[in-house]
Write a protein that binds this ligand. Structure first.
Ligand code: FES
Length: 262
């Protein structure tokens, strides 16, 4: 059940040139609405224009008297620019939690694969399965990296990659995924979040090694609640027949086999 709350903005960290981390106090929102990591919130950005933006949740906590939610956003336009200019103590209108999130078992080992602004939701997965995840995290360059120490605190192995070689290994995350799988590391699932070409490559590698793969799709959203078809993506039903899914309502997490990657 999604709820709308006035979230008090209590802590802010600049993660890199474009990305910001915010902690919000959100009343009973976590207690009443949170289901799984990979869900997101829809935050009203802007005075009067009532625009909402889907924002990744990187962790949340039930607490008294106020639950807290940590979100990460990337500046991509007027709405997120407005968000970046908010100051601690201000209130934001937050609708959540939206979407389905990743399905994780109580004992499995997971390979978390994130690219860019797809990295934050996976921190929730890593925290949900401490010491049971390996993370492969990719960024365009060293100055775009984020949350590395947070992942290292809960994951025994964190592989960092960059497109330009300025941080960690030079290359894309699917190469890191293949290397781990070829080395014989066993995982019960691959959980991936990032741009579609990255997800396609990771899903292909997981399929080759027979590891179930869930992908969180990054589509542009408008209403965020299934009403506008602004986030439509091509998927397949159980018989393999084509269908259209709404990322905000039916996702954002899909079994990689359900996605039409063409
Ligand atoms: Fe409107 Fe998904 S954003 S249907």
């Amino acid at each position: 059940m999604k709820v709308e709350r006035k979230g008090k903005y209590v802590c802010k960290t600049v993660l890199n040139h474009d990305a910001g981390y915010m902690v919000l106090e959100v009343g009973d929102m976590v207690r009443t609405s949170w289901k799984r990591p990979g869900q997101f919130v829809h935050v009203k950005c802007g005075d009067g224009r009532l625009l909402r933006r889907p924002i990744s949740v990187c962790s949340c906590m039930e607490d008294e008297p106020e639950d807290t939610v940590a979100i990460v956003f990337e500046r991509r336009g007027t709405g997120t620019d407005w968000l970046a200019q908010r100051e601690c103590g201000e209130y934001l209108d937050v609708l959540g939690f939206l979407g389905n999130g990743f399905t994780m078992g109580p004992e499995g080992r997971y390979l978390l694969v994130g690219g860019g602004i797809g990295v934050p939701p996976l921190l929730g997965c890593a925290k949900a399965a401490p010491n049971r995840c390996t993370a492969v995290l990719g960024f365009r360059s060293a100055d775009r990296a984020m949350l590395l120490d947070d992942f290292r605190a809960v994951c025994p192995e964190v592989v960092v990659m960059s497109d330009d070689g300025t941080l960690g290994e030079h290359g894309f995350v699917d190469a890191g995924v293949r290397r781990l799988l070829e080395a014989g590391e066993r995982f019960d699932g691959v959980l991936a979040c990032g741009p579609k070409p990255m997800l396609r490559s990771v899903a292909k590698a997981a399929a080759e090694f027979g590891v179930p793969c869930q992908v969180s799709m990054e589509e542009r959203m408008a209403c965020g609640v299934g009403a506008c078809l602004g986030c439509a993506c091509k998927t397949k039903d159980k018989n393999g027949d084509p269908q259209i899914s709404r990322v905000c309502l039916n996702g954002p997490v899909f079994d990689a086999k359900e996605v039409d990657w063409t």
